[in-house]
Write a protein that binds this ligand. Structure first.
Ligand SMILES: Nc1ncnc2c1ncn2[C@@H]1O[C@H](COP(=O)(O)OP(=O)(O)OP(=O)(O)O)[C@@H](O)[C@H]1O
Length: 289
């Protein structure tokens, strides 16, 4: 598979302030790729650089195997971008915005836009200023999808959408991914990255922390352990996020299970459950430092 996105030694400084620093990663054709990081990590900066909205201080990006600076217009015709803020001209009607966006792609998108409006339950005759945040986000989705791009770049797409619409949004994205499109999804919501993405990169304070398959990232050798019959915590390294109750104790454990069992054999436990933690827990406790 070709690399649809390739980011090489990418650095962006805002004056003296840090944007991102020396990022390197790539996204393969047909991937659903998650881009994860806390506030201010550099996710939107990376996306704006990919789209040529801002210029890098150093480094390069290639999209569809073409330099993103030299082939910006050609690249943007094949990209569907959904920004994190759903901002439009407030006095325009929804159908006018959707037509305007289609014209920017020089494409007749009528069939696609009608289907999207129906599935996302959008009233096209309303003015933007009359819409809630969630309804404005739906317009962003339509503008990013109606021209059936080869690459979807979505920046915090589901914030503001209700659960039914989130599901509809991911159904749409998965359908297009199945037809061959590549998806780059920036999100704080780790459960949606875990559920829908194949691979992911983690950024923090402008730097790349790790890139791996979501399956591998979610493993991280950590387990959620619940022990019944005792309330003391085993004396072992790698134990975090402890909840103690009268007759049971629960924690995240990052280490060898044999070492845990060895430690527990001296205690009079009634029962024990060892399960996979959610990605949310792993990131909270193991990637934060
Ligand atoms: N226009 C700007 N001028 C100066 N600094 C900026 C500018 N835009 C972003 N930054 C800084 O660059 C860093 C990365 O910001 P960015 O918006 O890319 O993060 P993010 O991961 O998208 O965060 P969030 O999840 O909160 O949207 C932050 O330290 C931010 O303060």
């Amino acid at each position: 598979m070709n690399n649809i996105i390739e980011i090489n030694n990418l650095t962006k400084k805002y004056g003296k302030a840090r944007g991102i620093s020396d990022l390197n990663f790539s996204v393969k054709e047909g991937d659903m790729f998650g881009f994860i990081g806390p506030n201010g990590a550099g996710k939107s900066t990376t996306i704006r650089l990919m789209l040529g909205l801002i210029s890098p201080s150093s480094g390069s990006i290639s999209i569809f195997e073409k330099d993103s600076k030299e082939n910006k217009i050609e690249i943007l015709q094949r990209v569907g971008y959904m920004p994190s803020e759903a901002m439009f001209y407030p006095k325009m009607r929804v159908d006018e915005i959707i037509d305007f966006s289609a014209k920017l792609h020089n494409k007749n998108c009528k069939n696609q836009s009608s289907e999207l409006c129906e599935r996302l339950k959008v009233n096209t005759k309303k003015k933007i200023e009359e819409l809630s945040l969630g309804n404005r986000k739906k317009i962003s989705i339509i503008c990013a999808m109606q021209h059936e791009p080869d690459l979807y770049i979505m920046d915090e797409p589901t914030s503001g959408l209700d659960p039914l619409m989130q599901k509809e949004f991911f159904d749409l994205l998965l359908e297009r991914n199945k037809r061959g499109a590549t998806v780059f999804l920036s999100s704080h919501i780790l459960s949606e990255i875990q559920r829908y993405c194949k691979n992911a990169a983690v950024v923090r304070e402008g730097k790349l922390i790790t890139v791996d398959s979501v399956e591998q990232l979610a493993k991280a050798n950590a387990k959620r352990v619940k022990i019944y019959g005792i309330c003391e915590v085993p004396k072992l390294d790698g134990i975090k996020d402890i909840f103690q109750k009268e007759n049971n104790v629960e924690f995240l454990y990052h280490g060898k299970i044999a070492a845990l069992i060895n430690e527990l054999q001296h205690l009079s436990i009634d029962d024990m459950v060892i399960e996979e933690p959610s990605m949310e827990e792993i990131f909270m406790h193991f990637y934060e430092n």
